[in-house]
Structures are given as C-alpha cells and as structure tokens.
Ligand binder design. Sequence first.
Ligand SMILES: CC(C)(COP(=O)(O)OP(=O)(O)OC[C@H]1O[C@@H](n2cnc3c(N)ncnc32)[C@H](O)[C@@H]1OP(=O)(O)O)[C@@H](O)C(=O)NCCC(=O)NCCS
Length: 171
Amino acid sequence: MSAAPLDIQALPALEPAQAVSLAGTLAQMDPWRTLGYGVESLALGLQAVHPDLTRYLARRDGETLGVAVVRHPWLRGAYIELLAVLPGAQGQGIGAALLGQIQAAWQGRTDNLWLLVSAFNAGARRFYLRHGFRAIGTIPDLVIPGQDEVLMRKLLPHRRLAEPASGAPPV
Ligand SMILES: CC(C)(COP(=O)(O)OP(=O)(O)OC[C@H]1O[C@@H](n2cnc3c(N)ncnc32)[C@H](O)[C@@H]1OP(=O)(O)O)[C@@H](O)C(=O)NCCC(=O)NCCS
C-alpha cells in the first residue's frame, strides 16, 4: 500500500499547544540540543504572530512530520529561520519537499533564500548544498561560544536585475 500524500501548509503561526509540543521535540534534537535552545524560546518562534514570519507544517495522515519558519524580508530575500524533520521521518524526502514549497512560495517575489547552519551539522550542510545553497561565510561563536554557524545562500531564478524604484523600502 502506498503512503498517504504529504500535506504542506503555510500558516501565520502554530497553535500554542502544538508549538510547545513540537518545541519539546526540537529541544532534544541537534542542532538545537547542542546549541542550548530551550523549549520556551523554540515554542515562541513557532507560535508568535509576526507579519514577517510564515510557518510551514508538513503532515501525513494528520501527523506532523516536519516544520519550517521563514522570515521575509531579510537581506534582500527570505531567511529560513528553522527547518526540521522529526526523528523517524528523516531521510524520506520531507525536508526536500518543505524546501521546495518554500522556494516555490518566494521565487519571483525575492532574490535570495538565506539560512544559517551549524558547522557541526554535516548532514544538513550536505542536504542544503545538494539543494543549490552555497556557503557564503562562517560566523564564529554566533549562538554559543566555540560553535561556528555557516551562512548559506541560494539565488532564486528570475532575479530582478533592475535597481529598486526610488523610494522603495529596502528588502
Ligand atoms: C536536515 C533535514 C531537514 C533534511 O530533511 P530530510 O527529510 O531528512 O531530508 P531528505 O529526505 O529530503 O534528504 C535526505 C538528506 O538529508 C541529509 N540528512 C541530514 N540529516 C539527516 C538524517 N538525520 N537522516 C537522513 N538524512 C539526513 C542527508 O544529507 C540526506 O542526503 P543524502 O541522501 O545525500 O544522504 C532533516 O534531516 C533534519 O531535520 N535534521 C535534523 C535537524 C536539522 O539539522 N535541521 C537543519 C538545521 S539548519
């Protein structure tokens, strides 16, 4: 029997109970565990309503398997603030599907997709490289002392080459 289709929804914010439950799982997963993120701050990132934030939830048969948070505008682009596929669901293409949906949502509207990945997170770095992100630079000690974060960028197709109209806000 084939698996039920993956459903990915874009939402302004998660319900508080769902945010806390997901945050509890994320806090026990790397990179967040090593970086010392607490349940409270992770839950806030998932549930706080903010006009710049969009959350993406990947579900199959009603079960949440993955989550992403995207901030726009950010440095002439959109910044993937969080991307996670829950343990047990990893390696099945759900991360790729979330990235694909994020890219589809933002391409044509902005020029860059950005993210930070911990230098120690070799699997995720490989994953992003495979999906067209390139390392731009390393930021030492950004989250905790002794751990580097790597800034990665993906140039989106159909970049606007013209200068922004005068008076347009910086994006
Ligand atoms: C990185 C992550 C988002 C990729 O999502 P995914 O659904 O597992 O990825 P896909 O099935 O689409 O692709 C698998 C690829 O992810 C990478 N990967 C990273 N961690 C992995 C894991 N624990 N299990 C399987 N693949 C993993 C592998 O490089 C694999 O590529 P390969 O086929 O060349 O070996 C996901 O594994 C995850 O949430 N990991 C833990 C949290 C994390 O590191 N998030 C990124 C923070 S910047």
